[in-house]
Design a protein around this ligand. Sequence first.
Ligand code: TPP
Ligand code: MG
Length: 336
Amino acid sequence: MSNILPPDLARTMYHDMFCIRQFDSKVVALVDDNEIPGSCHEYCGQEAVAVGVCSALTKTDILTSTHRGHGHILAKGGDVGKMFAELLAKSTGYNHGRGGSMHIADVGLGIYGANGIVGAGAPMACGAAHKFKLAGERNVAVSFFGDGAINQGVVHEAMNLAAIWRLPVIFVCENNQYAISTPLRDVSILDPYIRAQSYGMPGVSVDGMDVAAVFEAAVSAVDRARSGEGPTFIECKTYRYLGHYSGERHMKVTYRTNEELEYWKRRDPIDLWAARLIEGGLCTSEEISKLNQKVDDEIARGLQFARQSPEPQVSEALEHMYAVSYPNTPARGAEL
Ligand SMILES: Cc1ncc(C[n+]2csc(CCOP(=O)(O)OP(=O)(O)O)c2C)c(N)n1
Ligand SMILES: [Mg+2]
């Protein structure tokens, strides 16, 4: 597969996966040091899903994300500095420091928001896709969600709506096999992708540790969506290396075994892709080291930007909180 990908894209995919890994590894340390208030849901291990899907998108395509959203946002072109600033609650962050990890959005980049409500991004993606269709725009909308969302009613309503209206939506189920500590096998007899058949859309299951496999499935789904044929469901089998959220590593939890973790780490998406790039003659190991250094520099610069950024002012606390939706409607803060 690496041989038929344009070399620049193949290297960019490596860069983006490593950037996500390094970003969220840094987040772990910052949460532990209380520099990030609260906690985060880190994406380490799942990088091939976000990067494989987003590499098949253009800037005007959109995505809706989840509580575990850092990877989606970086893969869609999010800025490392503005992300760190948001997590550090600084005024230069994506949400001016008001939202934090689970609300990062950048409408200009087609990032219609991380979301703390499991499954809630699916109908939002349908709404965006409906608009694209009505306006005759050839964009697509991607809804990322976890295996924990596949029994949420709203996801099923969204899938049905997308199918009957032939909306340009791609439902991407990141099956990391656990919803907090609940294994998928305890709550669903069938694999997630099989659900797609009930709604009359193609459903595929791919190796979510293989960025090329994810990319290939995403390209087919994007082609289908852009040509007006409707939605696709892609299940990506993957694994999260860290706990459900940052705090879990300080708890004694036993729902996963070390053997299971080690099994998945042996199939690390970044290591696998580096090996494929080298084997395919697309990169030397020295070039991989240079890319790693480039990413580490970007992470260091982004964090420095965030650390040097000002805190939001108390006097501005009500700013950026409410949308002014209609002309002549005063901002809610202004009424108070
Ligand atoms: C509607 C709703 N129900 C429950 C929760 C609490 N909750 C937060 S994350 C989570 C598990 C989600 O698992 P999954 O969708 O598999 O995503 P993962 O954490 O594995 O990435 C739950 C139950 C929530 N945020 N929203
Ligand atoms: Mg899960």
